[in-house]
Each structure stands twice: as structure tokens, then as C-alpha cells.
Design a binder for this molecule. Structure first.
Ligand SMILES: [Fe+2]
Length: 387
């Protein structure tokens, strides 16, 4: 068998950038995804339609396109971990008659792609931008009001958010997490340290939930009813536990709610990530009832994740009025706590082992270098239940 190291004429292999690929997906273009990683390193990835998995060394052994299963008439994008093996594979496929491009930077670059989408801001804000990490299906937000900026749920690599704030001439005044994340490493502590601003977190989420060890991150504790100011915008903290004990929703004056992993457009944040499912499910039920009784139907819901492309509006933004969620989000239609508990039982599933490590990193108990962090964060989020 040939080794996977041929590099004849690799300079001529066409490449597609993660941003171009994301645009092609959104445009509904027909694309074949050929993943040349070993099956053991493949994690489910948002937006990537199901494709072929042909381990690179096997692919190089094929001498006829028919053997590969690749369709010559459909554009193909070859992906690997970092964009090197995929170039070799795309080159080979093209020699066999395919129309293949290599994904530049591979899955590592794909997972880091952050697409900014401008959202119509509520009156107390001048700018509201949703940064969409399409590989993770995770959303971060930048709010700007009267020259001051606030970041909600930043990723580890938050350069594009900070650049946007700097380009707008705004001053960052704080960074906030809606909860301690399980599926990615928060950039909040690094931003807070680098820019000398407070990091807002509910104290219940500063603890490693698997054994109760107090974490070591520095943060400004927040609590229900507290207000965080950004320019002329007061943002209220509403404690909405269930996905985690310290989950909060940040509400801008009854107009926009940043719900984190409490409430998504068609699903809710899973309460089974710490082996305390019954306790956290009861918290989640109470949080949902509180939202249903207090939130206006016009309140725009901006979550930290989405689980389906159907959650997008025409301009790609993920955000809908609470009244629309009451119709399309099945968990909000459940009328009794016992039915809700039963519904949770039916939907719980396993979750990636990496989530324990990531929570430990986010509360300051563990650390990871960049390469380890890339591996831990690989794959789409699995934070949602029921939709
Ligand atoms: Fe999450």
C-alpha cells in the first residue's frame, strides 16, 4: 500500500477557506465532504453534511475514481485535521477525475471560524453582533452602547470580537459568561486579564460540579436581579439554573435576552452533564415556568447554541421572539413537572468525556496547551436536549 506522503504538484491543489465553505453551505450548494481522518478522530461537526470517510492512506491506494465512491460531477471538499493530508488526497482525487478542493487549515481552522452577523439592536444598544462559530454551532455576542462594549460567552480565540470592538472605537468594560461551558474553553478570563475588565460569572458555576471542588478563576460574582451596565444599557441578570446551577440569562430592558444554554430556539440546555440529572431537571423546570410567567412574548431570544439550520432567520441570525419559541420549542409546551421529568428521562444521552475536562479548565482547576485544547473542543456542541 502506498504511504500517505505523496506531494507531487501540491501547490496546484485548489483550496477552499473555512469562510468560503460556510458561505457555500448557507447558499445550499451541493458539496461532497470527504473526510480523510481516521474514524477514531472524527467527532460530529455542525454544518458538515454527512459525507464519505476514506482514510487517507487507503484513498491513495485507489487507481480508479469509481473505487472511491466520490462522484465526479459534484464538487468535493476534502478535510483532515490541519489541512495537510487533505491536500495530498484532493490532489490524488483530481488526478482520478474528481473536482476536489482541500479545506485550508483542516478541522482545526473550521472549528475556529467565527462568522459575525449584525443584529438589529434594541434601543439602548448602538451595535449588537452575533459571532457564529459554525463548526461548534456556538454563539458569542458583542454589545456596544455609548462607546462601551460588553462581550457575552467569548470563545478561547476571541481576536475577531476584540478587533470588532477596537475598530468601532469602543472600550471594553466587561466580559460575561452565561454559565461554565462544557463544550468549549471560555476566553473570558484571558480577556478580563488582558483588558483589565471584570469577568461576570454566577458563583454557583465557579465550582467543579463533579466533586464540588471550588475553582480558582477570578470573577465578579453576579446574582439574580443585579444589573450590569454597558454605556446607556442596563443589563439585568436573571438566574435560570438547570443546565448548570449557575446558569443565567442576561436581559436588556425587556427587549433582548441572552439565554446561554438555558433556552435554545428549538430545544433546551441539557440538565444531565454532571450526574445530578434529577436535581438539575427540577431547577430547569422552575426556570422555564418563571420565564413563561414573566417574559413578554416580544422578548428576543439570543441563545449560546443552535442545533439545526432551521433555527436561522433569513439573514442567518439565530434569534426569535419568545412568543415564537412558545410555539416551536417542544419543551416549553410541557404542562406538568412530572411530564417534564419523564420527557427529560427519554431524551438524556451520553456526552463527550472531554466535557468534564473542559469544565475543569473553565473553573481554573486544569490547563491545556493550544493543541490539547483544539482536541478537547473538536466537534459540534452536545449541550441541547430535545430538538
Ligand atoms: Fe454549551
Amino acid at each position: 500500500m502506498k504511504t500517505f506522503s505523496s506531494n507531487n504538484n501540491l501547490d496546484t491543489v485548489p483550496e477552499v477557506t473555512p469562510a468560503e465553505l460556510a458561505r457555500a453551505f448557507e447558499a445550499g450548494d451541493r458539496i461532497q465532504i470527504i473526510d480523510v481522518r481516521r474514524p477514531s478522530s472524527i467527532a460530529p461537526v455542525g454544518l458538515m453534511p454527512p459525507g464519505l470517510n476514506i482514510v487517507g492512506s487507503t484513498l491513495l491506494g485507489y487507481t480508479d475514481l469509481g473505487e472511491t465512491g466520490v462522484d465526479a460531477s459534484t464538487p468535493a471538499v476534502v478535510i483532515c485535521a490541519r489541512g495537510n493530508d487533505s491536500r495530498v488526497a484532493a490532489h490524488h482525487l483530481n488526478r482520478l477525475g474528481a473536482h476536489a478542493q482541500s479545506l485550508a487549515g483542516g478541522m482545526t481552522a473550521w472549528m475556529k471560524l467565527s462568522v459575525p452577523r449584525t443584529v438589529t439592536p434594541p434601543p439602548s444598544l448602538d451595535r449588537l453582533v452575533q459571532f457564529d462559530r459554525v463548526g461548534k454551532e456556538a454563539l458569542s455576542y458583542v454589545l456596544i452602547s455609548a462607546g462601551e462594549a460588553l462581550i457575552i460567552d467569548p470563545p478561547r480565540d476571541a481576536d475577531s470580537l476584540l478587533r470588532y470592538i477596537d475598530d468601532e472605537g469602543a472600550t471594553l468594560v466587561g466580559v460575561a459568561d452565561t454559565h461554565v461551558h462544557a463544550d468549549y474553553i471560555s476566553g473570558a478570563t484571558a480577556i478580563a486579564r488582558a483588558r483589565g475588565v471584570p469577568y461576570y460569572l454566577h458563583p454557583y458555576d465557579s465550582v467543579f460540579p463533579y466533586d464540588g471542588t471550588q475553582g480558582s478563576v477570578e470573577f465578579q460574582p453576579i446574582s439574580d436581579g443585579m444589573s450590569i451596565r454597558c454605556g446607556r444599557c442596563p443589563m439585568m441578570v436573571v438566574h435560570t439554573p438547570g443546565h448548570s446551577p449557575g446558569s443565567v440569562t442576561y436581559i436588556v430592558k425587556d427587549t433582548a435576552a441572552f439565554t446561554g444554554d438555558f433556552l435554545f430556539i428549538t430545544s433546551i440546555g441539557r440538565p444531565d452533564l454532571a450526574d445530578r440529572t434529577e436535581e438539575w431537571s427540577a431547577l430547569l423546570w422552575t426556570s422555564i415556568q418563571r420565564a413563561k410567567s414573566q417574559w413578554p412574548s416580544t422578548l428576543m431570544i439570543y441563545p449560546a447554541h443552535y442545533t439545526s439550520q432551521t433555527a436561522r432567520t433569513g439573514d442567518g441570525v439565530i434569534g426569535e421572539p419568545f412568543g415564537s419559541l412558545l410555539v416551536r420549542n417542544p419543551s416549553l409546551g410541557i404542562s406538568s413537572e412530572s411530564s417534564f421529568m419523564h420527557w427529560i428521562e427519554q431524551h438524556v444521552a451520553s456526552f463527550p468525556d472531554a466535557y468534564r475536562t473542559i469544565k475543569g479548565i473553565n473553573v481554573g482547576l486544569f490547563s491545556a496547551d493550544d493543541r490539547e485544547a483544539d482536541e478537547l473542543e473538536n466537534g459540534r456542541n452536545e449541550c441541547a436536549l430535545g430538538g
